[in-house]
Write a protein that binds this ligand. Structure first.
Ligand SMILES: CC(C)(COP(=O)(O)OP(=O)(O)OC[C@H]1O[C@@H](n2cnc3c(N)ncnc32)[C@H](O)[C@@H]1OP(=O)(O)O)[C@@H](O)C(=O)NCCC(=O)NCCS
Length: 343
């Protein structure tokens, strides 16, 4: 059986920087830099301008990852697109990305399968598990896996929504997962979910059990209440379960691979909250220099956090060939996962 490895990484964040102070001064939210920073570590995030969707952000990150992998876009055999902020209800954003990458153009179009992954903050690791399976089974040689989010369009940027809206930002990260006969690559991935907490972090928008599924006014125009339009979160429960499940996910990967924590050179945790990651690092007694963060600059970009972190860490020299890297995520569902790669 061939191994699957990450042959290229890429990322893109929109240019508009929104600081914690900007949330107050530009959006009128009753908040302070200190409140947000103290509880989450976030200093700023990026917001895309109107007219830009998740597949647009994903194109930039994908082009970057494809170039880093040293392949042509038409070498791709499959697209996996992880997002909770797809361009539209359907079809999935993967087909928009396929078309925007130019895979359908020219004399030799490549109509690769495109699959969307709806596992929120764990979406990248659910996608990595799928990409690895497609490669190691011999069905694909190169799989493009993208995590991209345009949260800013769907945040309640008012004082009412401040608990959620101060946490999230826009961005995209991508990797190419490729086949290799070398003794390296993704050594294992482990996923979990607990549907009892499905509504503790959710954005309902509609209820398909109802007729009509979105209430209409007399003119037939859809009316979505704020509780349905915007994401709802029980922050304290999310925090508690995130720490617990992320610690367990790291320990499970070590146990399954019969390695010790000290064998891991770099920890790339999902960037939801600096304090969650500090608790996890503290409980596992991880040295600071082995844990990378970028939440200060981007906030929580959900499915994009881990691939952005991988791409940045490669570019700033913290992630190098030969290192053992652990990735861990937790999020809405609740869902979680971990992966270990020999880079
Ligand atoms: C969101 C989080 C920072 C909130 O911190 P908290 O200590 O639980 O705060 P609470 O929600 O209890 O709110 C405390 C007060 O601060 C207020 N508050 C919330 N957001 C605020 C903001 N951005 N600025 C100022 N005040 C804010 C609340 O309205 C509340 O006021 P009240 O006491 O008058 O009602 C924290 O729960 C958390 O980080 N949870 C995990 C979230 C997460 O990571 N989600 C993504 C997972 S993938």
């Amino acid at each position: 059986m061939q191994n699957a490895y990450i042959s290229g990484t890429g990322f893109y964040v929109p240019p508009r920087v929104v600081t914690n102070d900007d949330l107050r001064t530009q959006y009128g939210i009753d908040t302070t830099h200190d409140w947000i920073h103290k509880r989450t570590g976030i200093e700023s995030r990026r917001f895309a301008d109107e007219g830009i969707g998740s597949s647009d952000l994903a194109v930039h990150a994908s082009v970057d990852a494809i170039a880093a992998a040293g392949i042509d876009k038409k070498d791709l055999d499959m697209i996996l697109f992880a997002t909770l902020s797809p361009d539209h209800c359907f079809p999935g954003s993967g087909v928009f990305l396929q078309q925007k990458l130019g895979l359908c153009d020219g004399d030799s179009p490549k109509f690769v399968p495109a699959m969307d992954i709806r596992n929120q903050c764990s979406g990248f690791l659910y996608g990595l598990t799928t990409a690895r399976a497609m490669v190691t089974s011999g069905q694909c040689k190169h799989v493009l896996l993208v995590g991209a989010e345009t949260h800013s369009a769907a945040l309640d940027l008012s004082t009412r929504g401040r608990t959620v809206s101060s946490l999230f930002g826009d961005g995209a990260g991508a990797v190419v997962v490729s086949a290799t006969t070398e003794d390296r690559g993704i050594r294992g991935t482990w996923l979990g979910a607990d549907g009892r907490f499905a509504l503790n972090l959710c954005q309902k928008v509609w209820d398909i059990k109802k007729r009509p599924f979105i209430p209409m006014n007399a003119e037939g125009v859809g009316q979505v209440t704020p509780e349905n339009a915007w994401a709802q979160m029980d922050g304290k429960i999310v925090f508690k379960h995130a720490v617990e499940k992320m610690c367990l996910a790291v320990m499970q990967s070590c146990w399954e691979l019969q390695i010790e924590l000290k064998d891991i050179d770099l920890f790339c945790f999902h960037q939801a909250n600096m304090r969650i990651n500090q608790y996890v690092a503290q409980q596992l007694n991880l040295p600071d220099e082995k844990v990378v963060h970028n939440i200060q600059r981007y906030g929580n970009t959900t499915a994009a956090t881990i691939p952005i972190l991988l791409a940045e860490s490669e570019r700033n020299g913290k992630l190098k060939r030969g290192m053992k890297v652990a990735m861990v995520a937790f999020g809405s569902g609740f869902t979680w996962g971990s992966a270990v790669c020999d880079w």
